[in-house]
Design a binder for this molecule. Structure first.
Ligand SMILES: NC(=O)c1ccc[n+]([C@@H]2O[C@H](COP(=O)([O-])OP(=O)(O)OC[C@H]3O[C@@H](n4cnc5c(N)ncnc54)[C@H](OP(=O)(O)O)[C@@H]3O)[C@@H](O)[C@H]2O)c1
Length: 312
């Protein structure tokens, strides 16, 4: 895999990473198997994936612990850990906290759970209402100067919040919701990030499975399946998304690859995206992700996919 650079930092990584909210993320998903989680991370690292996107919020530290167990078997410099914090449960209920002391403690605690002595990218997972953004980022800059993290990220920040956070030029990367279906960041955030030399990593790139090609407009989810109550997977928006996915199918067939691989190849070719972090539920899904690296779309194919979804 070729390598990409994270903002102005010294961190470089292969551009296809792995999202790990289903590795130990028991508070977010039901029926997760921890052995599947470990095997997913292992299969990813054995396939050349380096960037592992985790967070304290994925299992309240459990995702970090499981990742820590697996990476102990790999050379540390072959793994790029992206971690996040902001969720504070110390009062008994969850509050978002960007207080400098809280963020610094979060980095130290994460290092323990990951059993490592540095984290490659550390994100403020969500902004809070009270902390000046540049002070929150300043706390992470102190952690960088102490050698505990190598790059600074912010996640779920609006353009205005990102500008405030980057007042001193310390921010290297933004991770926000973005997919072929959800294109809000293109008009305003992307031009700013380009100018400020800040990387962008989209989350939900597969729209939680909607863009894998495994569903059609006839798919109906059982009442017991949470997707039957999710707007994304029902009604008119689901039908429209499936019609757009249908336009990708001939391109995928032509290249003898899946819709999922075609979608990932589109992200990998998109100059505004630095890396892409699809999530996987088990190790058997990893080869399907990695095969996307073998596909190079022509300009016509790239534009056709782009156009099929911009109209949504
Ligand atoms: N910063 C933030 O606030 C934030 C928020 C959300 C997510 N994230 C990060 O972004 C990552 C990606 O998001 P996500 O995992 O929720 O959603 P996603 O990447 O859009 O979709 C992942 C889903 O795609 C399906 N999939 C993956 N590989 C497949 C394959 N080879 N064949 C068939 N289906 C396949 C699986 O669906 P099934 O489950 O149906 O098998 C998997 O659960 C997360 O893991 C997390 O690290 C960050």
């Amino acid at each position: 895999m070729n390598r990409v650079k994270i903002g102005k930092s010294q961190v470089t990584t292969a551009p296809l990473g792995l999202g790990t909210n289903k590795v130990g993320g028991h508070n977010l998903f039901s029926n997760l198997s921890e052995s599947d989680g470990r095997e997913t991370v292992r299969a990813a690292l054995e396939s050349g994936i380096q960037l592992l996107d985790t967070a304290f919020m994925y299992g309240k530290g459990r995702s970090e612990e499981l990742i820590g167990e697996v990476i102990a078997d790999f050379p540390r410099d072959q793994v790029i850990i992206a971690d996040k914090a902001a969720h504070d449960f110390s009062s008994g209920e969850m509050v978002l906290n960007n207080d400098p002391q809280f963020l610094k403690k979060s980095v130290d605690d994460a290092l323990q759970r990951l059993k490592t002595d540095y984290i490659d990218i550390f994100y403020i997972h969500f902004p809070d209402d009270k902390t000046p953004k540049s002070e929150a980022v300043g706390a992470l800059q102190e952690m960088r100067e102490a050698g505990k993290i190598r790059a600074i990220g912010i996640s779920n920040f609006t353009l205005e919040q990102a500008k405030e956070a980057n007042q001193d030029g310390y921010v290297d990367v933004v991770e926000n919701y973005y997919s072929l279906i959800h294109r809000d960041e293109e008009k305003q955030l992307f031009p700013y990030l380009r100018d400020a030399n800040i990387s962008f990593v989209p989350y939900f790139p597969l729209e939680s499975g909607l863009l894998t090609g495994k569903y059609t407009s006839d798919t109906i989810f059982a009442e017991s399946d949470p997707r039957s109550k999710n707007e994304k997977f029902t009604g008119e928006s689901f039908k429209k998304a499936m019609q757009a996915v249908d336009k990708i199918r001939p391109i995928a067939r032509q290249h003898h690859v899946s819709v999922l691989q075609t979608v990932l190849a589109w992200y990998l070719a998109n100059p505004d995206l630095t890396a892409v972090i699809p999530g996987a539920r088990n190790a058997s899904q990893i080869p399907g992700l990695v095969q996307s690296l073998d596909l190079t779309l022509t300009k016509e194919e790239y534009d056709l996919i782009d156009k099929s979804f911009t109209a949504l």
